[in-house]
Design a protein around this ligand. Structure first.
Ligand code: G6P
Length: 627
């Protein structure tokens, strides 16, 4: 979703803003623009399309001032075009906005009656009008913003500048994130730390209904009603190298290769290697957020075990790839811990009036920690009195901060819009969590726990071997892209992996794909099968294997072309398939972590071969901060 960068300092604002916007490109966008101070006014340059278009327009443009704002827009109201691109400018007030103003029709009508004229189709321009009217009345940008905030319904993060106060930038939010980077003699405000980290490691996270009043390199923070606030300055512990491609053609391919490390990093804090036991560390149910870092791991693990032992039902709620990770979690938790688990897509959960009985735990999964529907689902679960826990990759994201318990994917920054390493980290965490809950409920012997932990600890090395299929898919892509579509099928804990594989192909290659439970094949998808339909069958040697094999026979008999994924050197699968790909022998609990890798590589290479922008697929965004 939209990216925002604002700069107030001695460097060339154009360079800092463009660099920041480039680092936010991964969020997805369709147009971009800047407004930078020059000779007493904010000179605005906007372009439809990629940032390179904006850069071209900015070549040779000189700006004399220290202050500027920039934006990458992901269209919601009004088509992607230069006219709808931000910043919006009304009588000397320039503004960038991420989010949706829900009462924009009402505001528009009111402004129209007052004689306002609009130069775009966006909801954002209306906020510029409202602020422009208030600066006229108050002569002060900060006061104007304060008066406008109560008028806005919906989700927003906004930066505003006004040419009559050329050293001032005002930032405020309700919903999508805004972060202040505090440099020595400069302030950078952005949607995400990626845009800030090359300049400073010191950041402040704005909360909802907070306003940052930046004057030169000074800043003051206020609540929406004007009370001064003191907030902690956090020091980031990673650097800009983490967000470079490191020689890979795309971020996505780099992130696919980073998966073994991501899994190792996700599980490392939670395993007591000496006793070969899961020791969930730092979940901190009910501990105030700012005190989480000082937790005593042993004590907290004991408390968490006790709290979880009283749980009767678990809900797992998420969107997209995170939702499929949650579905694997259902198999793990129900089979290992014998707790009933419901999984839900967040946008359904929040509106379906779910019945959440007492003693329920609601787990929300979100790589970004900012997905609007998942955040709303979390709030609903809290209101219903459930215990809540988040699994996030981005620490201090909205979902992480609002949940009562916390687990971290620890995958490192994920830039590719299509999630890969965060997904496998989540699978590994859910695996540990299921073992932990199983033990707390007396469902697992020490011997069984050790066995499953050994399987999990072995998985990063096994993943390395599966990555060698990169080359194979690179060569096969030319042929694979010629199919009418791909039907992904599997059973058990790999069934969600089939759906994740299909999602990846849709989002990257824009090809039709379906993920199905193999046992459902006869109830519809069989009719799709002919020699132009490719079948990807995930068939590791587990207790579903014989049944999956029968499904494969049926597909073959109808002329389907088959790629099968099996365990080791499986002659039966080789006989039935056009292509056979071998996975290392693994326990069913970790098999999904291995099986997803070839499916990611398939989607990546077919999309690349088709010439698509793999890191930023059309129409999609990494962080979906509006519903
Ligand atoms: C978007 C992304 C997906 C992601 C989903 C959920 O649709 O394109 O890759 O799985 O959002 O994101 P989250 O940050 O909540 O995991």
């Amino acid at each position: 979703m939209c990216g925002i960068v604002g700069y107030n300092g001695p460097r060339n604002p154009k360079d800092v803003i463009l660099d920041g916007l480039r680092r936010l490109e991964y969020r997805g966008y369709d147009s971009a623009g800047v407004a930078i101070l020059h000779n007493g006014e904010f000179k605005r340059v906007r372009a439809s399309g990629k940032l390179s278009e904006l850069s071209k327009k900015l070549e040779g443009e000189a700006f004399g001032g220290r202050l500027g704002i920039g934006h990458t827009r992901w269209a919601t109201h009004g088509v992607p075009s230069e006219r709808n691109a931000h910043p919006h400018k009304v009588e000397g007030v320039s503004l960038v906005h991420n989010g949706i103003i829900e009462n924009y029709q009402e505001i528009k009508q009111e402004l129209r009656q007052l004689g306002a004229e609009f130069t775009s189709d966006t909801d954002s321009e209306l906020v510029a009008h409202l602020i422009a009217r208030q600066v006229r009345a108050t002569g002060d940008l900060f006061k104007a913003v304060q008066q406008v905030i109560p008028r806005l319904k919906g989700a927003y993060s906004i930066l505003a500048v006004w040419e009559k106060q050329p050293d001032t930038l005002v930032a405020f939010k309700n919903g999508p994130p805004l972060i202040l980077g505090i440099g020595d003699d400069e302030i950078i405000v952005a949607s995400d730390v990626q845009a800030i980290v090359s300049y400073t490691k010191k950041v402040i996270y704005l909360d909802d209904f907070e306003i940052a009043h930046v004057r030169g390199s000074d800043y003051k923070l206020f609540s929406a009603t004007g009370e001064p606030l003191r907030k902690p300055v956090h020091v980031l512990n990673w650097n800009a190298d983490a967000i470079e491609k490191a020689g890979f053609r795309h971020f996505m391919l780099k992130e696919i290769y980073e998966q073994p490390r991501a899994v190792a990093q996700a599980i490392a804090p939670h395993i007591d290697l000496e006793r070969m036991r899961v020791r969930l560390s730092g979940v901190g149910f009910g501990v105030p957020y700012e005190k989480l870092e000082g937790l005593d791991a042993e004590q907290d693990a004991a408390k968490t075990a006790q709290q979880l032992s009283g749980i009767d039902r678990i809900f797992i709620v998420a969107c997209g790839t995170s939702y499929y990770a949650g579905q694997v979690g259902k198999y793990l938790l129900e089979i290992l811990a014998r707790v009933p688990v419901e999984t839900d897509i967040a946008s359904e959960f929040r509106y379906r009036e779910p019945v959440i009985p007492p003693h329920s735990l609601v787990i929300v999964i979100s790589q970004s920690g900012e997905t609007a529907d998942t955040l709303a689902a979390l709030r609903l679960a809290k209101q219903a009195g459930a215990m809540t826990m988040s699994i996030c990759n981005v620490k201090r994201s909205s979902i992480d901060r609002e949940a009562q318990g916390h687990l971290y994917m620890n995958s490192g920054v994920e830039i590719g819009v299509a999630s890969t390493k965060a997904f496998v980290s989540t699978l590994a965490l859910l695996n540990l969590f299921a073992l932990f809950v199983a033990r707390s409920r007396g469902q697992l012997t020490a011997e069984q726990e050790k066995h499953h932990l050994e399987a999990l600890l072995a998985v990063p090395a096994q993943m390395e071997t599966v990555l060698s299929y990169d080359k194979w898919f690179g060569e096969a892509a030319e042929q694979l892209k010629g199919y009418r579509g791909i039907l992904y099928m599997a059973r058990g804990a790999n069934y969600p992996i089939a759906m994740e594989g299909a999602l990846k192909l849709k989002e990257l290659a824009y090809m039709h794909a379906e993920g199905y439970a193999a046992g459902e094949m006869k109830h519809g998808p069989l009719a799709l099968i002919d020699e132009r339909m490719l079948i990807m069958m995930v068939a590791p040697t587990d207790h579903h294997y014989e049944k999956t094999l029968s499904n494969l026979e049926e597909a073959k008999a109808r002329g389907g072309h088959i790629i099968s994924l099996g365990t080791g050197d499986n002659q039966e699968l080789k006989r039935l398939s056009q292509y056979y790909l071998s996975l290392p022998k693994a326990e069913w609990t970790v098999s999904p972590i291995l099986a997803v890798i070839p499916l990611q590589l398939l989607a990546y290479h077919v999309a690349d071969n088709l010439g698509h922008d793999v890191d930023q697929p059309r129409n999609l965004a990494k962080s979906v901060t509006v519903e």
